[in-house]
Design a protein around this ligand. Structure first.
Ligand code: ME8
Length: 486
């Protein structure tokens, strides 16, 4: 069984921030989970380097787009090890291999009769690189996402006959209720479809920074098609001398933020059909991380959470845990340093960290570090053995917060079990030796089960704990989540 998961490729017009880290960590958690399930997993991320957003930003710096893209792509790449994200490939849309494949696929779309030349006239947001329909225009003729004034565009473009896919898209949504999740996102996509799909620009005549249209060299492809195709082209050249396309396409899961839903759930399947290719299985649309004041994070409001500050104060695993614990994955949510500190102390240090240190210390002290050869407490054992299946079910629904909650219920139950069984009292009486061994065996089993499931979220921490649980003799380890200054 294969599992192919992707993040959006990020525009190199700006610096990476917590929002980018969020989707990348989510995909990494999912990839690690599926790898552990024994699936042949491929995880792709990268950078989107063509089009107006990048050309405009480079111009503002007085440098060539390629140079600007190189500088910023390096920053996106460098962020990954810092946040514990290990993709199988990092694509840049300026890769020659990507560009050649974009031309091949879109040439097929052309040859299959899905394009024509026409005049585009309408409203456009250069920051979204998006041609807005009437329903997508905010008051004052502004972009509802960037709040900047839209520009009026009139140019001769190649068009993609999206309107011809109206029925097929409707059928897709009717037949595959889980093509787009969660339901709120699916409803939004369906509302857009219900307005009637209009043909869209496939090329831009006035831009130079892009992939050349092979049948009309004065044009470059509209950046969104160049960008979307990354999910497909990467498989062709990620491994030198090997084509992974047959092995991993179609993708199981595209993760995207809610502002790019239309491109992934409507334009993308239509484009793939037009090229004669299979469409992905699922698109999961997550919400926005917002400042602690509930407004979209922005530099000017100063309400953002700086990922580098969190990394420095609390470490990478605390950041990874926090993002899916404090904000329900799929919904919008507020984030802030105070709530990171609170979760760190109450859940990581006092709950999981405490369970680890008590379990290791008691096995070391009461049984010289040797795991007792006793059966665990049957009722708890049964409950613990259900964990892997329940967590897998949550992951299949891309419910990263739900899976974490299932794990956390066990962490809390195990801490209560320590309080109830009181191993320190049992240890005083040789007559209670069997009960002590049951308690220690139960805690060892429980902590092992919890740690295996938690590992995709907190890989470094869980590797330490797993090693400590398997050591002979078992010995205490230094605190995993030491006290921090608030
Ligand atoms: O849209 N909260 O790139 P982009 C949560 N290049 N996620 C956030 C976020 C926030 N506040 N801010 C950003 C593009 N993201 C295109 C994509 S794909 C073929 C092309 C995440 O640099 C989220 O995943 O604007 C969002 O969709 C993505 O970054 C947008 O990154």
């Amino acid at each position: 069984m294969t599992f192919y998961v992707t993040t959006p490729i990020y525009y190199v017009n700006a610096q990476p921030h917590l929002g980018h880290a969020y989707t990348s960590i989510a995909a990494d958690v999912i990839a690690r989970h599926h790898r552990r399930r024994g699936e042949d997993t491929f995880f792709l991320t990268g950078t989107d380097e063509h089009g107006e957003p990048v050309a405009d930003a480079a111009r503002a710096q007085g440098i060539e787009p390629r140079e600007w893209a190189d500088i910023n792509a390096a920053k996106f790449k460098a962020l990954l090890p810092a946040i514990g994200v290990e993709p199988d490939f990092f694509i840049r849309t300026t890769d020659a291999e990507h560009k050649r494949r974009v031309q091949d696929v879109l040439q097929r779309v052309h040859d299959n009769g899905h394009v024509y030349k026409g005049i585009y006239e309408g409203w456009y947001c250069p920051r979204c690189a998006d041609f807005k329909t009437e329903a997508e225009i905010a008051d004052g003729n502004r972009c509802p996402i960037h709040e900047i004034e839209l520009t009026r565009e009139r140019e001769e473009n190649w068009f993609f006959r999206l309107s011809a896919f109206q029925e097929r898209i409707e059928r897709l949504f009717a037949d595959r209720a889980d093509f787009v999740r969660p339901a709120r996102a699916r409803n939004e996509a369906q509302a857009f479809i219900a307005q009637g799909l209009q043909d869209i620009s496939l090329s831009r005549g006035r831009l130079e920074w892009g992939v050349q249209v092979p049948w009309d060299e004065g044009h470059v492809f509209y950046v969104w098609f160049d960008a979307l195709l990354n999910y497909y082209t990467a498989l062709g050249y990620a491994r030198p001398g090997e084509d992974l396309t047959a092995r991993y396409w179609p993708a199981q899961l595209h993760l995207v933020g809610k502002e790019i839903l239309k491109f992934h759930t409507i334009y993308w399947p239509a484009m793939l059909w037009a090229a004669g290719l299979e469409i992905p299985e699922h698109v999961f649309v997550h919400g926005f991380l917002q400042g602690s004041d509930g407004r979209k994070m922005s530099k000017s409001l100063g309400n953002g959470l700086d990922p580098f500050e969190v990394l420095e104060r609390f470490g990478v695993d605390a950041l990874r845990f926090y993002l899916f614990r404090d904000v329900s994955f799929g919904a919008d949510g507020n984030v802030g340093m105070d709530s990171v500190a609170a979760r760190y102390e109450s859940e990581l240090a006092n709950e999981y960290g405490n369970l680890v240190s008590r379990t290791l210390a008691m096995i070391a002290r009461y049984r010289d570090g040797l795991l007792p050869d006793a059966s665990p407490e049957p009722e708890l054992e049964r409950w613990l053995s259900g964990l892997a299946g329940e967590v897998a079910g949550a992951f299949d629904a891309v419910d990263l917060s739900g899976a974490l909650e299932l794990i956390w219920q066990r962490v809390r139950r195990l801490n209560r079990y320590v309080e109830e069984s009181k191993p320190w009292e049992l240890a005083r009486e040789p007559a209670h030796s069997a009960a002590l061994e049951t308690a220690l065996a139960t805690l060892h089993l429980g902590l092992s089960a919890v740690t295996v499931e938690l590992a995709p979220y907190m890989p470094g921490t869980c590797a330490l704990v797993s090693a400590a649980l398997q050591a002979t003799p078992i010995e205490p380890i230094p605190p995993l989540f030491p006290k921090r200054d608030r």
